[in-house]
Design a protein around this ligand. Structure first.
Ligand SMILES: C[S@@+](CC[C@H](N)C(=O)[O-])C[C@H]1O[C@@H](n2cnc3c(N)ncnc32)[C@H](O)[C@@H]1O
Length: 437
């Protein structure tokens, strides 16, 4: 068992807590910097994501073994304790003694070993006593979701649905790929992948769900443009947008490009798809992906969706706006710890983007609004405000999809997707139509 796995997980956790880095980017960077072997990299990643997901439960247990339970702890020392506690509570194959010893080694390297005996003492008591600690009573600690988010979901969706949501959000998200039907088929990929690694998904064609596949970019077909990684809800959203070959389509917040790719594939690479994003570096990601997938109708460019010019008129415009991301906390566990105040400004920006993008839609054309969050102020409320201010648009009933509608009486032009009984992330979609003439 390599010490470097824990050290790498620690460096990445410190990066997330101190610099508010995105978990996937931070852990990839830390693993590359450490030059870990695949097995050690896998362990570093399991520990890193596990600690982020279970942080509130881990802190509850750790504090039972502090002489002063309310004591303020150095953030790195706390992360060292969390890493060891996570292994003891959740990783059956790692002996408790190994978890403690590795933590003490990490502590020896930090601040000239100042906290080594503290870490040793706390963790030895933890190893002896954690099985006797009663389960946390607090719903928030048990599900590792801050109370502010539980309150928000209870307010927006009601208590019973919030309870289902908490349970669903505590599971791991699966990895889905979208097969590029212009380059491959689900059958050809299934035969190229090792047996049992992928299975088709009933609700949509050209989707495979992966099991223990490791890095999907290393799978056969990836470099030839046979598929891209895309969550099931995101793929469902593209089926709602339903662009046709030959149409003009704009995706105004498009990077890294997952939806643009699927939309262009659904258009059979015929027509025009303008994919915009605010950031140059992210526009490059769209260009790189479109090139790999050989989707020549995609033109990617930098543009501010809230203010930018664009003379063209489009048949369909998608606004997949920046949002708080509360629907994807299974994939990006750090998002749940953001303070709700940090997303207070988002609805105003989202409405600005939607209103500005409305000008790009031709008469009779369609405007779609989507987020990967579960928060009415960023979802239904933005769409309601838009319709009040824009009588030239009307609700557009979304095509039926084979998933449960969770929200009673949700209007036909909006769809809130929740991970309950369905593999996809939490997403919201709305359809609007510019009236003719
Ligand atoms: C939810 S992500 C889009 C994901 C993308 N549609 C996909 O499926 O891959 C939101 C994107 O909006 C971009 N963004 C943020 N503010 C923007 C603005 N004012 N104008 C254009 N893009 C913006 C971000 O850089 C980010 O790439």
């Amino acid at each position: 068992m390599a010490t470097s796995s824990r050290k790498t997980a620690l460096a990445a956790l410190n990066d997330v807590t101190q610099n508010e880095g995105y978990s996937n980017i931070v852990i990839d960077k830390a693993i590359r910097a450490a030059g870990l072997e695949p097995r050690d990299a896998a362990l570093a990643s399991v520990i890193f994501y596990g600690v982020l997901e279970k942080r509130m439960t881990l802190d509850y247990y750790i504090r039972k073994f502090l002489a002063k339970p309310k004591q303020k702890l150095d953030e790195t020392v706390l992360n060292i304790l969390r890493i060891a506690a996570y292994q003891m509570l959740y990783l059956d194959k790692i002996p408790d003694s190994a978890a403690v010893n590795e933590a003490v080694l990490c502590a020896s390297d930090y601040m000239r070993g100042r906290y080594k005996s503290f870490v040793n003492g706390v963790l030895r008591s933890f190893a002896r006593g954690f099985r006797e600690v009663p389960e946390p009573e607090s719903e928030s600690v048990r599900w590792n979701i801050p109370q502010a988010i539980i309150d928000l979901w209870t307010h927006d969706y009601g208590k019973p649905l919030c309870a289902e949501l908490l349970r669903a959000m505590s599971g791991r998200a699966k990895t889905y790929i979208r097969v590029n039907p212009l380059r491959a088929s689900t059958a050809s990929l299934l035969s190229a992948f090792p047996a049992g690694m992928a299975e088709p998904v009933d609700m949509l064609p050209d989707v495979l769900c992966l099991h223990d596949a490791g890095d999907p970019t290393l799978l056969p077909g990836f470099s030839d443009g046979a598929f891209h990684v895309q969550d099931l809800s995101s793929q469902l959203l593209c089926s709602l947008v339903d662009p046709q070959p030959g149409e003009r389509v704009a995706d105004v917040c498009a990077a890294p490009g997952g939806k643009s790719f699927t939309l262009a594939e659904r258009m059979k690479n015929e027509g025009k798809l303008d994919a915009f994003d605010l950031y140059k570096g992210r526009v490059r990601l769209i260009q790189k992906g479109a090139q790999r997938l050989q989707l020549s109708i995609i033109s990617a460019a930098v543009r501010d969706a809230a203010t930018g010019d664009c003379a063209a008129q489009y048949d369909r415009v998608l606004c997949d706006v920046p949002c708080s991301g509360l629907g994807v906390i299974r994939r990006k566990p750090e998002i749940r710890y953001k303070k709700p105040e940090s997303f207070a400004e988002l609805p105003a920006l989202q409405l600005r983007i939607l209103e500005h993008s409305a000008a790009l839609v031709r008469p009779g054309g369609l405007l779609f609004y989507s987020t990967c969050t579960l928060h009415d102020a960023e979802n239904g409320a933005v769409v309601r405000a838009f319709l009040e201010r824009h009588p030239e648009f009307e609700p557009y009933a979304l095509p039926a999809v084979p998933i449960r509608r969770h929200i009673p009486d949700e209007p036909a032009h909006t769809l809130t997707m929740m991970p309950i009984n369905f593999g996809g992330d939490g997403f919201f979609a709305a359809g609007l139509r510019r009236k003719d003439g």
